[in-house]
Design a protein around this ligand. Structure first.
Ligand SMILES: Cc1cc2nc3c(=O)[nH]c(=O)nc-3n(C[C@H](O)[C@H](O)[C@H](O)COP(=O)(O)OP(=O)(O)OC[C@H]3O[C@@H](n4cnc5c(N)ncnc54)[C@H](O)[C@@H]3O)c2cc1C
Length: 433
């Protein structure tokens, strides 16, 4: 690689990197995409729900050929105590009436390999098994990368899409190592079940799929959540909590996942399943306050490397793809001007500001901080909601007015009206209202 000079070098072949590379290659740029794994997806972990809009913007009509698992027609939120659960959800086969559906479950290894192949088809030079460990600079501007094999590769611009622990962004001086409270540790199992069993248990027809997001007692008061997604012949069950919470409590993530599998609402759904795979990965959850500078002379950051995750809505891959596409478009414009200075590349930030991406991250910037300050939202409310619903549905010979009285008593005892009004205000603030 030593003598080559590319228009752009993209590091990392996840959703961000491949989207960046395809966007530039389609515009005729000479692009190198470097991936440390033996193949794209080899090192990746995700739930994994992926969103059509953002894939379509990079590969139109992707759904005709991409390796997709199930088209999601039902989304659920379960609020669990140790023995019960309050369920909210929405099902609409309309989400998948005609392709593409709103979102799909995928197996990331398969999806990433297909996606990287689309990059090669677009003309990208895709190199696997290459770990980039530094940037090259000239007069303060990034002009290339160095690999662990001491190879040097030059490019007019470098895009760091190397995920949550972006070595590249750190070496370029754009961000420090994340603090434990700025990342979550997620663990996930893939559980094999026959296709028909999945469809019967989850009430699905054909390639329809469903998702369940969970919060509640299973995190033992830590900031975290869990998920259960349907693939064609497997389930993805996972959970994650802020890393500093695991450090503080000494609780092991795997123990929480095992507990979750034994939960009375989850047990029947995963019964008889065979574990195919276990994986763990960090998730950047510092949000907007933790975002590093997104551009510098000769360099851009996209996806997880720039903390682009919206955990309140389970969104990460779509932010990675959208930011990758916008980084690519910015570089195409910079190439026309022949100027890759920060002054030109700041258009990238303007594009992100104008899109859903930075608006959403700004709107959700207080979620994590408020939850940390108001632990009752994580502990008292799940229990209270379950107790209230239990009482509401109980038929035990007592008149309804006694049930109502008991419900009001529960609310007063557990939280009180004034505190609840305050909590409602905090929750409003958390969603950016
Ligand atoms: C348990 C879990 C569940 C999740 N569920 C969902 C979900 O359901 N929906 C959703 O939208 N998001 C989800 N996310 C988040 C989502 O996975 C990420 O936001 C997304 O993968 C980010 O894409 P990326 O391209 O920025 O980074 P990544 O997907 O992490 O890709 C980075 C790539 O860079 C490569 N790389 C790293 N360092 C180097 C280096 N030095 N040199 C060369 N290559 C390098 C890596 O091997 C990797 O291929 C989940 C995350 C986790 C951990």
């Amino acid at each position: 690689m030593a003598d080559d000079k590319f228009d752009a070098i993209v590091v990392g072949a996840g959703p961000a990197g491949v989207s960046t590379a395809i966007t530039m290659a389609k515009a005729g740029l000479n692009v190198a995409l470097l991936e440390r794994g033996e193949y794209a997806g080899a090192k990746n972990v995700q739930g994994a729900v992926m969103y059509s809009k953002m894939i379509e913007e990079v590969v139109p009509e992707f759904w005709k050929e991409a390796p997709l698992e199930r088209a999601i027609v039902e989304e659920n939120l379960w609020i669990l105590t140790e023995t019960s659960g309050a369920k909210a959800g929405y099902k609409s086969p309309g989400y998948a009436e005609k392709p593409p559906a709103n979102c799909y479950t995928v197996i990331r290894v398969e999806f990433d390999r297909w996606f990287a192949k689309k990059a090669e088809e677009a003309g990208v030079t895709f190199v696997t098994g290459v770990t980039v460990n530094d940037v090259m600079k000239k007069d303060g501007a990034v002009v290339g990368v160095k690999t662990t094999e001491n190879d040097e590769l030059l490019g007019d611009v470098v895009v760091a899409c190397d995920g949550v622990n972006s070595i590249l962004a750190q070496k370029a001086g754009l961000h420090r190592e994340w603090r434990p409270e700025e990342v979550a540790l997620g663990v996930k199992e893939v559980l094999a079940l026959p296709r028909q069993v999945i469809e019967d248990r989850f009430g699905l027809e054909g390639d329809q799929g469903s998702t369940i997001e969970m919060v509640g007692d299973f995190t033992k008061g830590m900031m975290g959540y869990a998920f259960l997604y349907t693939n064609k012949e497997s389930l993805a069950l996972g959970m994650g909590c802020a890393l500093d919470e695991f450090q503080r409590t000494g609780i092991k993530p795997n123990d929480l996942l095992e507990d979750l599998k034994r939960h009375p609402l989850i047990r029947p759904l995963v019964a008889g399943a065979k574990i195919l795979e276990y994986s763990a990965h960090l998730i950047p959850e510092g949000g907007y306050p933790s975002m590093p500078p997104l551009y510098a002379d000769g360099m851009l950051l996209a996806g997880d490397s720039a903390q682009m995750i919206n955990p309140s809505h389970r969104e990460g891959s779509n932010l990675a793809m959208a930011s990758g596409r916008m980084a690519g478009e910015t570089i195409v414009e910079a190439k026309k001007r022949g100027d890759f200075s920060a002054k030109t590349l700041r258009v990238y930030r303007e594009k992100l500001e104008a899109s859903f991406l930075l608006k959403d991250l700004k709107d959700h910037k207080d979620v994590e901080g408020e939850l940390r300050k108001n632990r009752a939202l994580l502990t008292t409310y799940p229990r209270l909601l379950n107790e209230v619903l239990h009482e509401y549905f109980l038929v035990d010979g007592r008149p309804k007015r006694e049930h109502k009285r008991r419900i009001l008593e529960l609310v007063r005892r557990e939280r009180g009206y004034l505190k609840m009004i305050k909590d409602a205000w905090i929750m409003r603030k958390m969603v950016g209202e």
